[in-house]
Design a protein around this ligand. Structure first.
Ligand SMILES: [Zn+2]
Length: 320
């Protein structure tokens, strides 16, 4: 099937009590690892491209890689989504250039300016059959060029006005998730018996308040990697240095997916799987220099971590 929008995907996810995974793509191995897992698990998927990915890999290469995945994975619906569109021009370039979904991130603007910017993108997108994700509240952390030292929670009293005035199709909210592999500072956390940081719980009270004000409306969670400690350990065991990297516990994401959350963004976990695998390979095979030999196990581990997310975290396996 051709690329689709997320409209029907989200309707089914909302009713079915699961979320669709939105995974960031930057090169061929990442696209293949994600989509092979989704094809085998019969899961719908959102492949998303950030401003940084477009700068790194070039818009055309990314679109063509995703189109190749659509041909190779004929049994699953695939959305091509712009992650954190910074302005109208970037959104327009993606809408004109083959994307089926865009995010306009006006969260650093005032409430009024965010509404005006988002509305402008929605009007252009809907005229071209493309859906739009907006954002209210800001996440802490760093993701490509999106960076905030401190976040601010979404204010539930603002969501109805924002959605009705802009016409957005989904809304990213801030309930305590965070971008990157260092989601929480040690002073925000406690430590478990192994000395690993345990982050503060997500604000489910805000999520529930938001969904009460927007019944049936799809909510999006950004910054939702769980930073698996086996990969942090692999990175650190083979020459890396990622002290106190910590993410959002998977049980909390599973809980959110049962509620109004229909899209969960996961990027850092795939980066960790890829980097840990390559570091280990280099350490164990210092004589090897064929990129295919280290990219192959990296791609295989991306596939396995995505499979785990589909089955055990998102609940979207078998929902294609
Ligand atoms: Zn994000």
């Amino acid at each position: 099937m051709p690329l689709v929008t997320s409209k029907e995907m989200f309707e089914k996810a909302y009713k079915g009590g699961y979320a669709v995974g939105a995974f960031n793509v930057n090169n061929m191995e990442i696209v293949q690892g994600i989509t092979e897992a989704c094809q085998e698990e019969k899961a719908p998927v959102i492949l998303q491209v950030s401003k940084g990915a477009r700068a790194y890999a070039n818009h055309t290469y990314l679109v063509k890689l995703v189109e190749a995945a659509v041909i190779e994975c004929p049994d699953i619906p695939v959305v091509l989504h712009l992650d954190h569109g910074p302005d109208f021009e970037t959104c327009k370039a993606c809408i004109d250039g083959g994307f089926t979904s865009v995010m306009i991130d006006g969260s650093s603007h005032s409430f009024e300016d965010n509404i005006a910017l988002t509305k402008k993108v929605v009007e252009y997108a809907h005229d071209h059959g493309v859906v739009v994700e907006g954002e209210l509240g800001t996440l802490a952390g760093i993701e490509d060029e999106v960076s905030h030292a401190v976040g601010s929670y979404t204010r539930p009293e603002e969501v109805e006005e924002f959605v009705s005035k802009t016409g957005v199709d989904s809304l990213a909210i801030a309930i305590g998730t965070s971008h990157g592999a260092y989601k929480f500072k040690p002073e925000q956390c406690t430590r478990n018996e192994k000395g690993i940081l345990v982050p503060p719980p997500l604000r489910f009270d805000i999520l529930k308040e938001v969904s009460k004000k927007l019944p049936g409306f799809p909510i999006v969670l950004h910054g939702s990697s769980s930073v698996p400690q086996e990969y942090v350990k692999m990175v650190n065991d083979f020459g890396g240095k990622m002290p106190d990297a910590v993410g959002v516990p998977e049980e909390q994401l599973r809980e959110a997916a049962k509620l109004a959350v229909c899209k969960i963004n996961i990027d850092s976990d795939l980066r960790l799987a890829m980097t840990g695998t390559i570091r280990k390979f280099f350490a164990e095979h210092p004589e090897k220099f064929d990129p295919r030999e280290y990219l192959k196990p990296a791609r295989a581990n991306i596939k396995e971590i995505v499979r785990h997310k589909l089955v055990s975290v998102l609940g979207c396996a078998g929902k294609a």
